[in-house]
Design a protein around this ligand. Structure first.
Ligand SMILES: [Cu+2]
Length: 237
């Protein structure tokens, strides 16, 4: 409590020669641009206060894999640095009155050390901590429908499969036989080329690279695919 009051007062004070010295270095506060897959609307925002000699996070720096993360970093007393293993290797320099906002996407799960990378005084070495990125398992795929629902036994028919949770490099299987090739259109659409297959019905499965798979609810038929042509009756006038 007392520390917090001191902190507030410290924010208003005039820079000491010690602090001025730290500002006169070759460090620059270059903030890396947000990555292309950063989602501002869904970002988890953390306020980080750097002060002699600790970082105070609100809330604690725990995120899920794939999260967009925003760090609003403020220096409360003197100039500090903030570097984060894996995500902010270069680090940023934050001066009092000049907060820095950094955006990144937490792709890698694990724990990562953050630390002050700008000498800020005798306790500088104790300015570090950990960020936790919880691993996230992708949702299992599912198949909603496929078209057409049958193909000649010779193979080579293009089958469009729609559903959800498809991953790049997913493999389509007709019964026990892999599709000749599978094209990933999107997480909800795959195109598969049928293999040659004995006549009969099989189930289509989609297997993601992470090992999770989906099986279609209805059967796919090889052979005998052409329904008998409708007879046309001559119309008498
Ligand atoms: Cu420091």
């Amino acid at each position: 409590m007392f520390g917090a009051i001191v902190l507030l007062v410290a924010q208003l004070h005039v820079a000491t020669p010690f602090e001025e010295l730290h500002r006169c270095t070759t460090f620059s506060s270059v903030i890396p641009p947000a990555p292309a897959d950063f989602r501002p609307a869904a970002a988890k925002v953390f306020n980080v206060t750097a002060k002699q000699f600790e970082f105070v996070f609100t809330p604690d720096l725990v995120v899920d894999q794939g999260d967009s993360v925003t760090l609003n970093i403020t220096a409360a007393d003197v100039t500090h640095g903030f570097a984060l293993e894996e995500y902010m290797v270069q680090g940023v320099i934050v001066e009092p009155g000049k907060p820095a906002t950094v955006n990144f996407v937490a792709h890698s799960p694990g724990t990562f050390t953050f630390f002050c990378n700008f000498f800020c005084g005798s306790g500088h070495g104790s300015m570090f901590g950990r960020m936790t990125v919880n691993a996230v398992t992708a949702a299992a795929p599912s198949i909603d429908k496929f078209t057409p629902s049958s193909a000649p036994t010779a193979g080579g028919t293009v089958v469009l499969i729609s559903g959800s949770g498809f991953q790049n490099d997913a493999v389509v299987r007709f019964g026990a036989v892999n599709a000749v090739s599978t094209i990933f259109n999107s997480s909800s659409s795959l195109t598969a080329f049928t293999p040659a297959h004995a006549a009969g019905t099989v189930l289509i499965t989609v297997t993601n690279p992470d090992g999770q798979s989906a099986t279609a609810a209805t059967a796919f038929r090889f052979g005998d695919a052409t329904p008998p042509a409708r007879r046309r009756r001559a119309v008498r006038r």
